[in-house]
Design a protein around this ligand. Structure first.
Ligand SMILES: Cc1cc2nc3c(=O)[nH]c(=O)nc-3n(C[C@H](O)[C@H](O)[C@H](O)COP(=O)(O)OP(=O)(O)OC[C@H]3O[C@@H](n4cnc5c(N)ncnc54)[C@H](O)[C@@H]3O)c2cc1C
Length: 488
């Protein structure tokens, strides 16, 4: 039998421009099979969300169908990766794969898992990994190569990142995405693409062993869904990106207004790899933006760089997963009042913009970036509740919930992070609402009880639930709390 390979899908759920899958496909001339391990322990994780999981499962389903259409295959096994590979190899023996490929991941848990797999399988199969999820990996962007230190502040990081983007090696990564775009465009237009994979699992294993768990998981999970999840998969992601192409030039003016629909809404697709920043950079021709000019495109690129920045932070300082980046705020004495936390979670704080955001999260699994900043600031600075409580609540509800970006966003708002909002600059929720939702369109969308309130009265705290705290009093308390820790 001719050599064949296995590609282990994780958070790279697409064919288009998938770096490690492509490497495998070339090596085997199309004889590459896909595998995904669905570890049931995953469902018990404290950061689990049924809706995000539902979106992930639908993405896997779309990928499986696409691979089949292209002559390939994907099996979803209900086993943890190490045990799953051991089981699979025992069944495949003596027809073991020649190659195992996967794309690199940067989260602490994933790095440990991948090291274990490398260790346990490298004597049985040639393992190959690639960069895919990020444009520039943490080891490629250091302050000084000699002392190996990393950037902790966004602006110098972004400048260095942009200069590296122009380098020959990184431009190769970007220009090659034209192939991915052509493939996606053909699919979007419904053109017939001749199959390019040459192997299916049933050519290697008998049917009774090919117990794919995907449909069972989809079936089980659907009972826990309380709202419709967005269209999943790389084609849906591509279409979303194309529709944002029509809006990107106005992004600078619209991005901060939660009712304006001026953002890309691509975060859910970037999270699981249905889309990548490299494809977006090529599609939007972002390599050639004038980085110093404030334009829609340059701002969009800067947001994609924020995403990479937080991955670099978590890679270089994995401990931020559990504690503040700034050591002086590690043991801040939060008040952590359960009743206030509950009011925040339910969107009943008495501050309309905060409550609208929290109800958007609960009913859609999403929240506009400006509102994420407002509610996170409110939880930490007005309610004096530990940012980790808010971070976890977000993970339990967000469709785009992502360890690096969520942790980065929370630590930014709590002033404990790598390049945070200064602790004395505290968002006033009413002023934020007046500035970014002046007519109250967003507030009314999510707070039906304020539907009939006039624009003049929409930001007044007297037309709504009594506020659980007074902003000015809490602001002074927060500043004193941070100052007391700063002195230590
Ligand atoms: C407290 C808090 C928690 C957050 N949690 C998450 C999270 O779990 N997952 C997540 O993807 N983003 C998170 N963000 C960042 C940001 O809010 C979302 O990425 C954005 O709202 C997604 O909408 P969009 O795709 O329309 O963004 P756009 O405005 O269109 O931006 C394009 C892309 O850039 C990236 N991006 C934009 N802003 C940021 C940022 N501040 N940090 C990191 N990446 C960014 C995202 O990948 C986004 O899809 C959080 C921000 C805050 C303040």
């Amino acid at each position: 039998m001719q050599p064949y390979g296995i590609h282990w899908f994780r958070r790279d759920l697409r064919i288009a421009g998938n770096s490690a899958l492509k490497w495998n496909w070339r090596k085997t001339q199309g004889k590459t099979l896909g595998i995904f391990f669905l570890d049931s322990k995953f469902l018990a994780r404290p950061d689990f969300s049924h809706h995000r999981f539902g979106f992930f499962l639908q993405t896997l389903k779309t990928l499986k169908n696409e691979l089949k259409e292209m002559g390939g295959d994907l099996i979803v096994l209900d086993r943890p990766p190490k045990e799953g590979f051991e089981w699979l190899f025992s069944k495949l023996r003596p027809k073991l794969p020649a190659y195992l490929s996967f794309n690199r991941d940067y989260e602490p848990f994933a790095r440990e898992r991948d090291a274990l797999i490398q260790q346990s399988l490298s004597d049985q199969v040639q393992i190959h990994t690639e960069r895919d999820h990020l444009v520039i990996e943490p080891h490629e962007l250091r302050k000084e190569i000699s002392d190996n230190s990393f950037y902790q502040v966004y602006t110098p990081f972004s400048k260095k990142w942009f200069s590296l983007l122009q380098s020959e090696i990184i431009q190769e990564r970007i220009q090659i995405q034209q192939e991915a775009i052509q493939y996606l465009e053909k699919r979007a237009q419904g053109q017939i693409i001749p199959p390019f994979f040459q192997i299916t699992w049933s050519q290697l294993l008998p049917n009774d062993l090919l117990q794919d768990s995907l449909d069972a998981y989809i079936h089980q999970n659907k009972y826990d869904l309380t709202f419709e999840i967005p269209q999943a998969g790389s084609l849906a992601a591509y279409q979303k990106a194309k529709s944002f192409l029509l809006k990107v030039d106005r992004y600078l003016e619209t991005r901060d207004y939660p009712y304006a629909q001026g953002n890309s809404q691509l975060s859910v697709y970037l999270k699981n790899g249905s889309m990548t920043p490299a494809i977006l950079i090529k599609l939007f021709e972002l390599s050639s933006v004038d980085f110093k000019q404030k334009t829609g495109r340059s701002q969009f690129l800067k947001e994609l760089i924020w995403r990479e920045f937080y991955y670099h932070i978590i890679y270089n300082r994995p401990r931020v997963e559990n504690e503040s980046f700034l050591p002086q705020y590690k043991n801040l004495r939060w008040e952590n009042r359960e009743d206030w936390f509950q009011a925040w979670q339910e969107g009943k704080t008495g501050y309309p913009i905060v409550d609208a955001g929290m109800r958007e999260l609960k009913t859609t699994g999403l929240m506009h970036n400006r509102v994420r900043m407002i509610v996170a600031s409110f939880l930490t600075k007005d309610l004096l509740i530990d940012w980790r409580w808010g971070e976890k609540h977000f993970m339990n509800h967000l469709l785009d919930g992502d360890l690096a970006a969520n942790n980065g966003g929370w630590q930014w708002a709590a002033s404990t992070g790598s390049d945070p909002q200064p602790y004395f600059r505290i968002f006033n929720p009413t002023l934020q609402a007046e500035k970014f939702d002046p007519q109250g369109h967003y507030i009314r969308q999510f707070l039906p009880e304020l539907e009939t309130v006039s624009t003049e009265g929409i930001h007044s705290l007297t037309n709504y639930l009594p506020p659980i705290v007074d902003h000015s009093t809490q602001k002074q308390k927060a500043i004193a709390l941070y100052q007391s820790h700063k002195k230590r």
